[in-house]
Design a protein around this ligand. Structure first.
Ligand SMILES: Cc1ncc(COP(=O)(O)O)c(C=O)c1O
Length: 391
């Protein structure tokens, strides 16, 4: 028997499972792929529909009140999820653009080095590979186990020639949580800055960017903040932002944007100096709707429920004789569970044929439960993977 919410009767195992009814994809699929793309919730869809109505009815006139306010509201609410004030938040269309804008502001003359790890998402690393012809040197800290990177190894790689340490809060192929306060401290001890790609953490793991002491922290809508494509934010610590001047620019970064003076550029005093051009309003509104779930539930409850689901999934996989690639302790784990698979792409296709949405990464099927998932989703996914292995 299936309830209206799409949850099988008797399987409402946690207090957030009722939210499942607001994510229509569960009506005919089991969704276990939030770490690739968060599913579209009713509230996000409603916000976009409202935006389209306003656009249709008012056109550009809406810029001067509702849309301008929507941008300010999003900066404030993004700040809220990482405990940071609105003036430390810049909006951007992708992590790549946000990192590239920060990269443009660094002075590599006496500090040509940038330290990354072998587990970081490539787009973060490419920023500095692309600057090698300008003298930028990339230092890649290897992961000994392909799950995490010891902070001590990162610290050892930083020296007086290091401009920046750029790494992840949650590693995208293992779900391991990095100690970003320790990374920031190691960077600052050598006079370097610290940038954190938190795309895989903000929304599923509590984050306090100011308390962690990082200089930059980037996350956004695509995954755990349920806001879809095309909208991210870049937190920039106030003192760091004020002393860095980007060498790429757009009119949204200009302090007096509507002066339209082509002869002079004066950047915003705050994080908005890292903004470039007109934001995608549909994406802004999807994110405002998606954030409602995160804010309403709150990070402690989200973390509690997803951590429980992760341990359930790891234990059930273990019962099948599988050894998921996850961090050693539950505290270091997040909602990305890598199930070993001989042919991950084929296994994911087999799951898809059974209406289960997952993702493949080298050597593994990647499953990522969130607050709308239930234990029965794990049972179904693991059973189908077992059936696939056995023929
Ligand atoms: C950790 C991480 N960083 C960055 C990205 C993507 O960056 P961009 O917004 O440039 O596509 C992803 C995945 O899409 C990711 O998992």
């Amino acid at each position: 028997m299936t309830l209206a919410s799409g949850v099988a009767a008797g399987s409402i195992a946690h207090p957030l499972a009722g939210y499942r009814s607001e994510f229509p994809i569960f009506r005919d699929r089991i969704y276990l792929n939030t770490c690739s793309l968060g599913p579209l919730g009713d509230r996000a869809r409603r916000k976009v529909a409202e935006f389209l109505d306003v656009w249709q009815a008012r056109g550009a006139a809406a810029w001067y009140d509702v849309w301008w306010e929507a941008l300010a509201e999003l900066r404030t609410r993004y700040g809220g999820v990482i405990q940071a004030p609105a003036d430390t938040i810049a909006l951007a269309p992708s992590v790549s653009v946000a990192v590239a804008t920060v990269a443009s502001a660094l002075d590599y003359r006496t500090r040509p080095r940038v330290v990354v790890t072998s587990l970081d998402f490539p787009t973060v690393v490419y920023q500095w590979l692309a600057r090698q012809s300008l003298g930028v040197e990339l230092v890649v800290v290897e992961s000994p186990d392909q799950v995490t990177v010891p902070v001590e190894a990162i610290a050892q790689a930083i020296d007086e020639r290091t401009a920046l340490v750029a790494t992840s809060h949650v590693y995208f192929t293992s779900g391991a949580i990095q100690d970003i306060a320790a990374v920031a401290d190691a960077a600052h001890r050598k006079g370097a800055l610290c940038l954190i790609d938190a795309y895989q953490s903000v929304g599923q793991v509590p984050v306090d960017a100011p308390a962690a002491g990082v200089d930059f922290l980037i996350a956004g809508g695509l995954k755990w903040l349920l806001g879809g494509t095309g909208i991210v934010f870049c937190y920039a610590r106030s003192d760091t932002a004020q002393r860095l001047v980007p060498t790429v620019a757009g009119w949204f970064g200009h302090k007096d944007q509507f002066a339209f003076d082509p002869r002079a550029i004066e950047f915003h005093d705050d994080a908005r100096r890292f903004e470039l051009g007109t934001p995608a309003l549909a994406a802004i509104h999807t994110q405002l709707g998606g954030l409602e779930y995160i804010e309403e539930i709150g990070m402690p409850a989200i973390r509690r429920v997803t951590a429980g689901l992760v341990e359930d999934l790891v234990a059930r996989a273990g019962d099948q004789g599988l050894r998921p690639k996850v961090a050693a302790t539950p505290e270091q784990r997040s909602a990305i569970v890598m199930i070993p698979a001989a042919d991950p792409a084929a296994a994911v296709r087999h799951l898809a044929a059974g209406a289960i949405v997952a993702d493949a990464r080298p050597g593994h099927v990647r499953l990522s439960p969130f607050f709308y998932n239930v234990q029965d989703d794990h049972v179904a996914a693991l059973a189908r993977l077992a059936a696939y292995r056995s023929h």
